[in-house]
Design a protein around this ligand. Structure first.
Ligand code: ADP
Ligand code: ADP
Length: 225
């Protein structure tokens, strides 16, 4: 069970209040999108949940455990970034295996997990190839497979489709939710794209100026007042 709870989280950078008393609850296996314009605090909030950024005040709980002072690797999370940093000199297999090797997992477990993640992301035919031999969409699926291979309880994604061309973006947007349904992960996904939020989210947290101004399923967020 990996529900996420953010309690009274604030983040101040000098004179800028990036986050003002944020409260957010995400249920186990829910897909929540943080939606809002550039500068509203989405990335800062995601990074605080990941443990890559510290909150000025407030607490973060994952699976009921207070992780506020824990390092990222102690939080059972995995991240996918905007510039999907997959390693060009490693094969797809070795890219997907990377996190498991960092954890010193035994080879048999690595093989099993890589196969499972590759199957989920439909990249099994490319395991022996290098990233340069793949399309942008395939590369992004490798990045997602690499995050999933460690079987994280929580998947954090920051604009993961923004570097893809329009067509691939459309394709991945349609696929991603279905692909993730084969996992038990709780997902928080950052975007400024309303259509992306609408097609992916169980619930959307609409952010503005460091606040969550609405938190509801897509149909309610887009309902006419
Ligand atoms: P978003 O992801 O919604 O674009 P960010 O979380 O990146 O928003 O930024 C929120 C606000 O905090 C912005 O005003 C941004 O300039 C500021 N900010 C973010 N990170 C830093 C930092 N390391 N130092 C100073 N200001 C920052
Ligand atoms: P985003 O794509 O989320 O809008 P940004 O381009 O705003 O991201 O920020 C990229 C990085 O720069 C982040 O790590 C953020 O913390 C940092 N950053 C953002 N705004 C500032 C700022 N005003 N001063 C220093 N660092 C910042």
């Amino acid at each position: 069970m990996a529900e996420i709870r953010v309690e009274q989280v604030q983040r101040v950078f000098g004179n800028t209040t990036a986050l003002a008393e944020i409260n957010l609850e995400v249920q186990d296996q829910e897909f929540v999108v943080l939606l809002g314009p550039s500068g509203c605090g989405k990335t800062t909030l995601l990074r605080i949940i990941a443990g890559l950024e510290t909150a000025t005040s407030g607490r973060v709980f994952i699976g009921g455990r207070d992780v506020t002072n824990l390092a990222p690797r102690q939080r059972q999370i995995a991240m996918v970034f905007q510039n999907y940093a997959i390693f060009p000199h490693l094969t797809v297999f070795d890219n997907v295996a990377f996190g498991l090797r960092m954890q010193r997992a035994p080879q048999q477990l690595i093989n099993e997990r890589v196969e499972r993640a590759a199957t989920l992301m439909h990249i099994e035919p490319y395991l022996k190839r290098y990233p340069s031999q793949l399309s942008g969409g395939q590369r992004q699926r490798v990045a997602v497979a690499r995050a999933l291979a460690v079987e994280p309880q929580v998947l954090l994604m920051d604009e993961p489709l923004s570097n893809l061309d329009a067509l691939l973006r459309l394709e991945m947007r349609a696929e991603l939710k279905t692909l993730l349904q084969g996992t038990k992960t709780t997902t928080i996904y950052v975007t400024h794209d309303q259509v992306e939020a609408m097609s992916l989210a169980d619930r959307i947290a609409v952010m503005h100026g460091g606040h969550i101004v609405q938190y509801a399923p897509p149909v309610e967020v887009y309902e006419e007042p």
